[in-house]
Design a protein around this ligand. Structure first.
Ligand code: ADP
Ligand code: ZN
Ligand code: ZN
Length: 726
């Protein structure tokens, strides 16, 4: 007989939308699992699934309970702090605890078989070359592998397959002879840390000494430094000091492409184990990072957005590079902001959080201005070069050809002949963003989405950038039969081709999602640029941040005028960030930088505010405007997004929902209105925008809607603190 006050009802969080947890019975055959352990349970009549133990009780309000099938972890998989983060995040984003947890967990740990995470062997040479040459005089292949390990280790045998297909066996042979050894981590030689011995600039010194005062408790710090002011150096010193205290550090970066560079830079400077974590890794690789972070074997994890959930044994700080970057906000499924969660996690773990940016988001800026965040400013560049010279070029008087005006082309030539590199920036890939009939004005559109099709010349196809559907180029206008169907506007493909024609001898390197799909391709492109030859880089958003191109002296920005007509109140903030970041690429080293912005509106007050007075003043002005207009960060925003094949059903559903919000005193309701992309993959998309000056009231309203509209024919989602109206 089990005694009455035994905790044998287990609360299990599962990936379900209707409850934070379900109750299960602990069978007598099993002992009590620890809080935070994974268990296997039946959900409905389906196959067993993995859930996480989030609580216990003696009894359950629900009748007869299903039993726990199996306990997968003998020790907690998530500790109390991890669980607290999930709980608070779920509450904030108005989803269930299970939805939050299972958004975060690598799939490996969601598998019912519960196999151990496969380990990887990192091979390293363990003897001198002379000794190996003696031993391997008759085994040239082994010697070759040995030499490679000596020069490039630690390395996995996978990275040796270009030498021999049986690299794993060869490594093992070397190990048997005592010439090599394997570790489950990429153990870097402690002596490898290189100190460049910089004398900190005055700004760096000030920031660094303030930062050191807050290395043992919760404090959010904004490291607000112009491009080239040496923010990375501050990150590195902070990481070094935390590692000395035997703590772990999580560094978030916006994009996969940025990880190898920063990773390399940091790894050269620290005595510790580092790993990269991003969604491009295999599932087992991600699981390995989790495991090693959890057991404390890893010292530093450099990760993209989802890395914010990585469990650590002894986390000492979270650093977020380019904190303003929109990729920290997940735009589908659970719409969390990794930056905001970092602050939440910092509070839960009692550790500092450093937000770094040359162009802080207005949300962060606002917190810094109000004193909630400690504001560390770096205003001078480490090389004391002035910021680049900005030229606003009126394209009404300088008609561009293939995207670039004669003036811009001449400037490009000049910078190239001086031995420098040039960046042409535009945020549109493909050849041209429109195919248009000259007679009747018909524009090629995607059948499934409410967007124009982009022409890609190398494919000779039209492509939808939202659903990827491809179309043949029509010979006649489908509306009027005219043959005068032509492309209009420029994309990176066209700009690159125009440049190749005009500067026949110079390398043109294109960075966009068509050319750069893998980290490897990134690396290849970067290598061309790093080789130092004069060249023109043509790139999209991808290139606006984080990269140090020392030879870049000119940046030409094409086609930014759309932002002035955007319905998004944040459009000018984003444009200011983009232009500042892109301009910051110019003249980082010894060359004086120049930036040309091709625009139809050189007189626009926006440019004056940003360039004459700088980002801080600009941000300050914007913030004042936001307060006047009652937009975030002065208020709190949430969007209800819904989609359906039937536009009538969609609208009537959302109209009904809107009616339930209308008499709320604290929340302004706008909608239903079509999303900026009103149709995507055959689904019509509409939204209701909720804007309130009390977070509590806003959240209460959403909770009420969730209850009221929990069973419905129309799929809908909540986006808390949205960053776009797409
Ligand atoms: P940010 O990230 O702020 O744009 P970086 O951290 O990339 O700037 O620094 C710009 C360059 O200056 C880098 O090449 C870096 O190695 C170098 N650097 C950083 N701090 C110093 C310093 N105190 N003295 C000289 N060079 C420095
Ligand atoms: Zn026509
Ligand atoms: Zn489409």
């Amino acid at each position: 007989m089990q005694s009455k006050n035994q905790l044998n009802v287990i609360h299990v969080a599962l990936k379900i939308p209707f409850a934070d947890h379900l109750d299960y019975q602990l069978p007598r055959s099993l002992s009590l699992p620890p809080l935070g352990a994974r268990v296997l349970v039946h959900l409905g009549r389906n196959k067993p699934v993995v859930g996480v133990v989030v609580g216990f009780s003696e009894t359950s309000p629900h009748g007869s309970l299903k039993p726990i099938n199996e306990i997968l972890d003998n020790e907690a998989f998530f500790n109390d702090k991890n669980l607290a983060l999930f709980k608070q995040a779920a509450k904030y984003y108005q989803i269930t605890l299970g939805e939050m947890i299972f958004t975060a967990v690598p799939s490996w740990f969601k598998q019912v078989h519960n196999k151990p995470v496969p380990q990887q062997k990192w091979w390293q040479a363990k003897s001198s070359l002379e000794h190996a040459e003696q031993l391997l005089s008759t085994a040239p292949k082994q010697l070759e592998v040995f030499q490679y390990l000596l020069n490039h280790g630690p390395i996995t045998s996978k990275s040796l397959t270009h030498l021999t297909k049986s690299a794993a066996q060869v490594c093992q042979l070397l190990a048997d002879k005592g010439l090599a050894q394997a570790n489950e981590l990429c153990l870097v030689d402690n002596q490898a840390a290189i100190d460049p011995g910089y004398t900190l600039t005055t700004d760096q010194q000030t920031a660094w000494s303030k930062l050191q005062h807050h290395d043992k408790h919760f404090k959010v710090m904004l490291l607000d430094g112009v491009t080239g002011s040496g923010k990375t150096e501050i990150y590195i010193r902070f990481i070094q000091s935390l590692l000395k205290q035997h703590k772990q550090v999580l560094l978030l970066v916006p994009e996969i492409g940025l990880t190898p560079q920063l990773f390399h830079e940091i790894s050269q400077r620290i005595n510790g184990q580092m790993a990269i974590l991003h969604s491009g890794l295999t599932d087992s690789a991600r699981a390995r990072v989790w495991q090693h972070a959890k057991t404390g074997k890893l010292d530093v994890v450099v990760a993209t957005r989802s890395g914010i959930f990585t469990p650590f044994q002894n986390l000492g700080a979270i650093l977020i590079d380019e904190e303003h970057d929109l990729s920290y906000k997940q735009q589908e499924g659970v719409r969390y902001s990794a930056r905001d969660l970092a602050v939440l996690r910092g509070k839960i773990e009692h550790i500092p959080v450093v937000l770094g940016s040359a162009t802080p988001s207005l949300e962060t800026f606002n917190h810094a201005q109000q004193g909630q965040y400690l504001w560390l400013k770096l205003r001078s560049r480490t090389n004391h070069n002035p910021l680049p010279n900005i030229v606003l070029q009126n394209v009404n008087n300088n008609k561009p050809n293939m995207g670039l005006s004669v003036k811009s082309l001449n400037a490009i030539r000049l910078h190239l002949t001086e031995g420098n590199q040039v960046l042409v920036f535009l945020n549109r890939r493909g050849w041209s963003p429109k195919l248009i009939c000259q007679e009747c004005g018909w524009v090629a559109q995607c059948d499934d989405c409410d967007v124009y099709l982009t022409y890609h010349k190398h494919l000779d196809l039209l492509k939808c950038h939202h659903c990827d559907r491809r179309y043949l180029v029509p010979e006649f206008c489908p509306a009027c039969g005219s043959q005068h169907v032509e492309t209009m506007g420029v994309g990176t493909e066209k700009i690159a081709e125009g440049l190749k024609k005009n500067l026949s001898t110079t390398d043109v390197v294109r960075f966009d999602r068509d050319c750069v799909k893998t980290p490897k391709q990134w690396q290849n492109n970067l290598e061309i640029v790093r080789s130092g030859k004069p060249c023109v880089i043509v790139g999209t958003q991808m290139l606006s941040k984080g990269h140090d191109f020392p030879l870049l002296s000119l940046v030409v920005v094409v086609n930014v005028d759309n932002s002035f007509f955007s319905a998004d109140f944040r459009a000018t903030e984003y444009l200011a960030q983009l232009l500042t970041q892109v301009s910051g690429r110019a003249g980082r080293a010894d060359t004086k930088g120049e930036v040309i912005i091709q625009t139809q509106f050189p007189e626009h007050p926006f440019f004056n505010a940003l360039f004459a007075q700088g980002y801080e003043t600009f941000a300050h002005q914007q913030l004042t405007e936001r307060i006047q207009m009652q937009f975030p960060p002065a208020t709190y925003l949430a969007i209800i997004r819904a989609q359906h094949r039937d536009s009538y059903m969609l609208e009537s559903f959302l109209t009904e929902m809107t009616a339930c919000c209308n008499d709320n005193q604290h929340v302004n309701v706008l909608g239903p209105i079509p999303a900026m992309i009103a149709k995507k993959q055959k689904l019509h998309r509409m939204q209701i925008i909720l804007n309130g000056n009390q977070r509590r009231a806003l959240h209460a309203l959403i909770r009420q809607l969730k209850q009221q509209f929990n069973q419905n024919k129309v799929q809908w989602f909540i986006d808390i603190d949205p960053v776009s109206f797409d």
